[in-house]
Design a protein around this ligand. Structure first.
Ligand code: NAD
Ligand code: AHE
Ligand code: ZN
Length: 385
């Protein structure tokens, strides 16, 4: 945007994760110019997702420190490196933790939204050339990237396959949520599961992801949409997004399991269940509540290192299917601009998920909000200090 910054290192503020289990520290960093096929973004807004807390807590096998976390961000392209043709300075963009190169085996398969182009380096916290674009101003120490996005910085650098231009009229302090939570749940319902009219659906966990599944299932005119959550205050939220029933599994009569309850409510089980908790015990319940012969359970939640899922193989032999979904099966560069248009036309709820707002200096409060239960999503304004 500004002629003065193109090709130069930018000094700005970022929330640094120095080590696992410690609060983020707001400090000055240096953001190097984008190299070939890279894009430098002025990040105006970022959501704080449960996955950021998961990595910061130290249980992510890919978590590496010091790093700049954040992967649910929107902003404006400041400058681009050589060979970038898909976005230009001034474009309104959303960062993509699920890249889309349109050229790799995965992208060309037509079978998945997972892209192989930058995933290996992304998982190591470096750019595709193996180096980083962030330095701590005071010490000169290099800082790692996160999920190919690092949106907890006023400026970030991403691969050109990891960013998409969207309608500039869409407010970035809302559409940042399309960078993860809303898209993930909604896509899991309408793309991964492809819920059809009349299907019975159960959603375990009513955070931003689970409520977005509810939104997708309601849009598809599912019959029963049963939300299962251990927090009773989520009942009202579930209904707001279109749930027909709410069950708190901790309040069932003695001797009745959540699987029994759901099977009873749906005359044999659900067409689709979704785990939006990351709890492997819940994942098993979600599978076993599926209808014999055809029910499908979609795992969205992210579980800690060392956790494993289990069930009797008989559950699968008798026709239940276990699947997973990353970023809702959405191809970011191809499909996200359409989601933004749907939002602008009032067909996709986004604003309704925002319960808390903070300046960059309040980002640790956003993490605390997440643990309180009254928070669906907190949005951080990077330029409000
Ligand atoms: P969140 O913390 O806002 O919501 C989780 C909800 O689950 C809460 O309402 C909580 O009360 C409920 N819950 C917890 N334990 C439960 C239990 N035993 N039974 C029923 N409900 C229970 O989280 P979120 O931001 O909505 O994310 C949900 C999960 O999805 C996280 O694990 C996150 O890391 C993951 N995620 C995955 C993807 C993906 O692409 N696969 C994308 C985004 C988030
Ligand atoms: N590093 C983690 C991976 C966690 C994970 O599964 N991440 C989801 C996105 S969560 C967004 O909030 C995902 O997209 N997975 C597919 C991928 O390629 O990472 C671990 O457990 O190793
Ligand atoms: Zn996320």
């Amino acid at each position: 945007m500004s002629e003065s910054t193109v090709g130069k290192t930018i000094t700005c503020k970022a929330a640094i994760a120095w080590e696992a289990g410690k609060p983020l520290s707001i400090e000055e960093i240096e953001v190097l110019p984008p190299r070939a096929h890279e894009v430098r973004i002025k990040v105006t807004n970022t959501g704080v997702c449960h996955t950021d807390a998961y990595t910061l807590s130290g249980v992510d096998p890919e978590g590496a420190f010091p790093a700049i976390l954040g992967h649910e961000g929107a902003g404006i392209v400041e400058s681009v490196g050589e060979g970038v043709t898909s976005v230009k300075p001034g474009d309104s963009v959303i960062a993509l933790y699920t890249a889309e190169c349109k050229e790799c085996k995965f992208c060309k398969s037509g079978k998945t939204n997972l892209c192989g182009s930058v995933r290996a380096t992304q998982g190591k916290g470096v750019m595709p050339d193996g180096t980083v674009r962030f330095k701590h101003k005071e010490s000169g120490k290099e800082l790692l990237h996160f999920m190919g996005c690092s949106t907890f910085s006023q400026y970030t650098v991403v691969a050109d396959v990891s960013v998409v231009a969207v309608n500039p009229e869409a407010p970035k302090d809302r559409t940042c949520l399309l960078g993860c939570g809303v898209t993930t749940g909604y896509g899991a319902a309408v793309i991964t599961a492809n819920v059809q009219e009349g299907d019975n659906v159960a959603v375990f966990g009513a955070g931003a992801v689970g409520l977005s599944v509810v939104q997708g299932a309601a849009q598809r005119k599912a019959n029963k949409i049963i939300v299962v959550d251990i927090n009773d205050s989520k009942k009202e939220w579930a209904e707001k997004f279109g749930a027909t029933d709410f069950v708190n599994p901790t309040k069932l009569p003695e001797g009745q399991s959540i699987v029994d309850k759901l099977v009873e409510m749906t005359d044999g089980g659900l067409e689709f269940t979704f785990d939006c908790t990351g709890n492997v015990t819940v994942m098993r319940q979600a599978l076993e509540a599926c209808h014999k012969g055809w029910g499908q359970s979609i795992i969205i939640g992210v579980a800690a290192a060392g956790k494993e899922i289990s069930t009797r193989p008989f559950q699968l032999v008798t026709g239940r299917v276990w699947k997973g979904s990353a970023f809702g099966g959405v191809k970011g560069r191809t499909q996200l601009p359409g989601f933004v248009e749907d939002y602008l036309q009032g067909k996709l709820k986004v604003d309704e998920f925002i319960t808390h707002r903070h300046p960059l200096s309040g980002i640790n409060t956003a993490f605390e909000d997440m643990h309180k239960g009254d928070c669906i999503r907190a949005v951080v304004n990077l330029f409000d200090n």
